[in-house]
Design a protein around this ligand. Structure first.
Ligand code: CAA
Length: 704
């Protein structure tokens, strides 16, 4: 069956692209569109043509999986040349060609619509060129047609930010010609019929760029280029700017040739491969487990949060922001008042920044109900426990929750270190208990670890995944082990950063090496933002339980800073010092003194350390421990670990995450680095058995 259906209704040919779930354009679909348009042009029964999408969307773009086949620049150029030629054929249609857009017209989907003579859209449609988020540029004429249709500013914005326009903005930008409030197809057919009667056709590539807009357009391109740091992370953005600029300065055909070259250079790059890897990794991580017939995951219509501290308050906001009414419980009114004042402050600041209307803020705030008793807990579908990180307190809370909630209510814990199975046992209904590990600040951080306990039911995992996506989070299912995935990996990352400091590097050098690698902040600046007290209290807890740290030698400096009351930005000093009211990190000689003392105690001769060694040690520690996490079955896939570290701790997306990065370096190289460090620094650098096995088997990919 063809992926494009053909029908003639009231003298208008209606071509419907039907390639679920999002009508992505693979080779077969491009060809089918080409064939269907040719048929409509030749069909005497049709005076005009409407092109639309079946199901929930117009077209979400080129089929991203196909890019894996574009392994050389030549092959990518060839592919792009085919679509360019095909879209020009469409545009040459002798009959008016109208795109009828609902859902999304993204990437190649928007480029397909741009090659139509007109575009009509539903009010909720979204149109954009998100290619830069995949490390590429529009490769089907988008950078050439957009400036002609909407001007340079809109073209630049769409192609360099990847942010789509809604229908109203697209109408204002002349990207769509009509917003249809009622039946889209009926509106599109009527519009197309009118164009046919008027013998109107408007091929986008024939539109002139108004001469007087060219100087401003070129200046906009120059400014955009100046605002972007050169380097592989921004390869696609810079290419998009160049291509839009060509759209202004070159004739359409010459600009298109250059667009194809730039697209091809981007699509074969490691950065694009990394970003495409994350696109699918994020979706794989959120995939629902298969459930027995007749079991559907519970929908969360009402929620409750126990504990109105920083995390609990943040989690309550996450629910309210998604429109879900939430009870926020704590022991007394004073605590709740403090929490609500903080929440209100956050919404007020969003209003001041124009991110929320005053009415929107009030509406959202009204969804949070402060309570001091469990009275209304019988009506909620989910409780998130976010009380102080203390096993006895949490155990008691779970026992209480079992008595006050419905038997099928999901009971989630936000613990970051404690054993989910112990809490599950305390509740008496372990199948309903799951970890929901949010990251601080909960309303801003996208990562959400869903911790599967030994007896957590698949339906509860599925409900948690569905809920997380509704809350706008990026969920990853992880196993129940100390630190789960995120904090366990973080412990190794920080171990290496701290040891490098003792061995001779400075805080500033290590942070700079890691930001040059692509992290938004280095490991020390990150701790100053998060608060050094958090880690210190976890270490205190571990010492109190007599638990041995698995990640090897621990630098004493973080505990010394904690003792000195240096908790980071909030106390004006941590790894750096801060002037009152400023967040600019300033080097503090006390850290060097502490590093010298620590080195002396550990009998280390401090030395010059290169930036290459810093990056290599830190990323190798992550990759090796990532393999252990997989070997211990705490993560299901290497790609899940990539999602965790990119969303949890800012691993540069253009490097695809610590595991993908290890693959791009080569697993044998990573193993030989671990072996070298083991020989130099001691057996806390032990190669992961999984890494050794992969290398022995000659595997290049961890997930296979
Ligand atoms: N190619 C291949 N598969 C795609 C796809 C694409 N362009 N877009 C979405 N999918 C798949 C997803 O992988 C997912 O598959 P599974 O169900 O197997 O996991 C499925 O479609 C549904 O996608 P989402 O889970 O993301 O659904 P959503 O409703 O949350 O979001 C969406 C829908 C906004 C369209 C989102 O899928 C999206 O942003 N897609 C990518 C859009 C994009 O980047 N397009 C540009 C492609 S590059 C291009 O077009 C280059 C060019 O110039 C020719």
């Amino acid at each position: 069956m063809s992926t494009v259906h053909y029908a003639v209704i009231d003298g208008i040919a209606v071509l419907t692209i039907d390639n679920p779930p999002v009508n992505a354009l693979g080779e077969e679909v491009w060809t089918a569109v080409d064939t269907a348009v040719a048929r409509a042009v030749a069909d005497p029964a049709a005076t005009a043509i409407v092109l639309t999408g079946a199901g929930r969307t117009f077209v979400a773009g080129a089929d991203i999986t196909v890019f894996e086949q574009l392994t050389t620049v030549e092959r990518a150029m060839e592919r792009s040349a085919y679509t360019h030629a095909m879209l020009c054929r469409l545009e040459d249609s002798a009959k008016p060609l109208v795109a009828a857009i609902h859902g999304h017209a993204l990437g190649g989907g928007l480029e397909l619509a741009l090659a139509c003579h007109y575009r009509v859209a539903t009010p909720d449609a979204r149109l954009g060129q998100p290619e830069v988020s995949l490390g590429i540029i529009p490769g089907a004429g988008g950078t050439q047609r957009l400036p002609r249709l909407c001007g340079v500013d809109v073209a630049l914005r769409l192609c360099t930010t990847g942010t789509p326009l809604d229908a109203a903005a697209a109408l204002a930008a002349h990207l769509v010609d009509l917003v249809v409030d009622g039946d889209l197809l009926q509106g599109a057919r009527q519009f197309a019929g009118e164009r046919a009667s008027a013998q109107a056709r408007r091929p986008t590539r024939e539109l002139p760029i108004p001469a007087d807009s060219i100087p401003a357009g070129l200046e906009a391109c120059r400014q955009a280029r100046n605002a972007v740091a050169p380097g592989p992370a921004n390869r696609a953005v810079l290419a998009a700017i160049e291509s839009v600029e060509n759209g202004v300065t070159l004739p359409f055909d010459a600009g298109s040739v250059r667009e194809r070259e730039l697209f091809a250079e981007c699509v074969v790059s490691t950065e694009s491969r990394a970003l495409r890897h994350l696109f699918f990794a994020e979706r794989d991580a959120a995939r629902l487990p298969s459930l027995p017939d007749g079991v559907t995951p519970r929908t969360v219509a009402r929620a409750a949060v126990v504990g109105a501290g920083t995390m609990g308050s943040g989690i309550a906001m996450v629910f309210a922001n998604a429109g879900i009414p939430v009870l926020l419980k704590d022991v007394d009114d004073a605590t709740l008042d403090r929490s609500l004042a903080t929440i209100r402050g956050t919404y007020d600041s969003a209003v001041q920044k124009g991110r929320l209307t005053p009415e929107g803020a009030e509406r959202t705030l009204a969804l949070i109900t402060p309570v001091t008793t469990y009275e209304q807990f019988g009506d909620v579908d989910l409780v998130v426990e976010a009380v102080f990180e203390d096993l006895a307190l949490k155990t008691r809370t779970f026992a209480e929750l079992a008595g006050v909630t419905a038997a099928d209510c999901i009971l989630a814990t936000n613990t970051s270190v404690l054993d989910v199975d112990t809490l599950a046992k305390a509740s008496g209904r372990p199948a309903q208990v799951v970890g929901h590990h949010y990251f601080s600040p909960a309303h801003l951080m996208s990562l959400h670890e869903i911790v599967r306990g030994r007896q957590t039911s698949p339906a509860v995992v599925a409900a948690s995944l569905t809920l997380a996506r509704r809350l706008g989070k990026v969920p990853v299912v992880v196993g129940n082990a100390f630190g789960f995935v995120a904090n366990r990996m973080l412990a190794y990352y920080l171990r290496e950063a701290h040891l490098l400091l003792e061995e001779g590097a400075s805080v500033r050098q290590i942070d700079a090496a890691m930001t040059t690698f692509g992290f938004p902040v280095g490991p020390f600046a990150m701790q100053d933002i998060a608060g050094l007290d958090v880690g210190a209290r976890i270490r205190q807890h571990l010492r109190s339980t007599g638990r041995r740290r698995s990640e090897g030698p621990q630098s004493e400096i973080p505990d010394r800073l904690f003792e000195l009351g240096r908790y980071g930005q909030k106390t004006g000093a941590g790894w750096y010092r801060y002037e009152p009211g400023s967040r600019t990190p300033l080097s503090d000689p006390i850290i060097d003194d502490l590093a010298h003392e620590a080195a002396k105690r550990r009998r280390i001769v401090r030395r010059d350390i290169t930036d290459e060694e810093i990056v290599s040690r830190v990323t190798t520690a992550l990759a090796n421990e990532g393999c252990n996490v997989l070997g211990d079955r705490i993560a299901r896939r290497a790609s899940d670990i990539d999602v965790v570290y990119c969303h949890g701790f800012g691993f540069p997306r253009h490097r695809g995450g610590p595991m993908f990065h290890a693959q791009t370096i080569g697993l044998p190289t990573v193993l030989s680095r671990v072996q070298e460090y083991e020989a130099r620094f001691g057996d806390y650098w032990r190669p992961s058995p999984l890494l050794e096995k992969l290398v022995t088997e000659g595997r290049t990919s961890i997930d296979g």
